[in-house]
Design a protein. Structure first.
Length: 359
């Protein structure tokens, strides 16, 4: 697809990183004034605040709704800030446009549903407002891409994607697992797309915010969104992950290291090229070895076919995983990496055997 006419949702001067901060939810005029007063010197490009909150379970705080709009418009005027909020249906769009929000965002629970996305993008036809699209809850590149395409089709040409991590079931140190390769692929397909990271919804806890923000910077993201509240401990939603403006400044922004995408330093580039050539050679060798492995797998497939033995052998699979995870430990390779790698090889092996056996 073409991305003519695609502009960033948020313009920043001289390639400066975008900063979007604000509470998970708008809660009261005082909360918003306090937040604005204590963070205006950080020069945020946008203040975020949810007014309609998509809560996973009923009975939780659902946001203040339309009554919060004048509170937000007041800090916009008083502090010269720009304001954005989440819209999840065409009614929200109508209200938000009338109210004068500067930018809208689409939440993860909405991106996941093409009916809602279409409804929202239809409501935005002919309107010139920037839209930021969070990734869907599940790691599906096409739902994310499809949502962005729907907005492009509606004539929205100031767009950004926000990586906020993906839902999963089980234990993880993060609230929503970042899967950096999915936004990398999105950016490969739409090179002009502005890319942001919502460090709060990935981290789920202040402790990981800096680390996620630094990864975002190192992967050339255009900026971050972060949940900031004047009194995080009393927040009505997402209290565990919100931080004060002072924490944001001292513990995150002051510590983030900004790195350039490239350099003209000849010596550096020569050195890097030399190492990259070696890496390319290793990648070639890895693929050749994998192809050899597949040939052996196919041989086993033929044997299994003759003896009417099933492809999947749980005991053997368990042995492989256990052995390689142990092996990986000694080579300083993480268990998660070894598991994902060997799983991918296993799936390919099953396909090769299946082809041989069911031909
Ligand atoms: C939010 O930004 O407060 C929110 C609900 O985010 P997400 O859609 O990423 O869950
Ligand atoms: Mn939140």
């Amino acid at each position: 697809m073409t991305s003519n006419m695609l502009n960033p949702a948020i313009t920043s001067k001289n390639g400066e990183k975008v900063l979007i901060l604000g509470p998970c939810s708008a809660e009261s005029p005082d909360q918003l004034h306090e937040l604005a007063k204590r963070s205006v010197h950080l020069k945020p490009h946008l203040i975020r605040a949810g007014i309609w909150k998509p809560r996973t379970r009923p009975g939780h705080f659902q946001g203040m709704g339309e009554q919060a709009i004048p509170w937000l418009m007041e800090i916009k005027k008083e502090y010269g800030l720009k304001i954005c909020t989440e819209v999840a249906n065409s009614h929200h769009v109508e209200v938000a446009l009338k109210a004068g929000f500067d930018t809208l965002w689409i939440g993860a629970r909405t991106t996941v549903n093409p009916f809602y996305v279409q409804d929202i993008s239809d409501a935005l036809k002919g309107v010139d407002i920037p839209v930021m699209v969070k990734n869907p809850l599940n790691p599906d590149l096409y739902l994310w891409l499809g949502a962005i395409e729907r907005f492009l089709q509606s004539g929205i040409n100031r767009l950004a994607a926000i990586h906020r991590g993906f839902s999963f079931y089980g234990n993880s140190i993060y609230r929503n697992t970042p899967r950096w390769q999915i936004p990398i692929e999105l950016k490969r397909r739409i090179p002009d797309l502005q890319m942001l990271v919502d460090i709060s919804h990935i981290s789920g806890h202040p402790e990981h915010l800096l680390e996620i923000a630094q990864i975002a910077y190192d992967l050339n993201y255009d900026g971050i969104m972060v949940e900031v509240h004047p009194e995080p401990q009393n927040a009505l939603s997402d209290a565990e992950q919100q931080v004060t403006p002072e924490f944001l400044e001292k513990e995150i922004l002051d510590k983030l290291i900004y790195r350039e995408v490239s350099t003209n330093d000849v010596q550096f580039n020569l050195q890097i090229d030399e190492i990259r050539n070696k890496i390319d050679q290793i990648d070639d060798d890895l693929l050749k070895l994998l192809a050899k492995r597949m040939q052996l797998v196919e041989q086993i497939g033929l044997e299994k076919k003759q003896s009417r033995i099933s492809i999947f052998q749980p005991k053997r699979w368990d042995e492989i995983i256990t052995r390689l995870v142990e092996f990986g430990k000694h080579e300083n390779l993480s268990e998660e990496f070894i598991f994902n790698l060997i799983e991918a090889i296993h799936i390919e092996s099953i396909q090769h055997q299946s082809q041989k056996m069911n031909k």
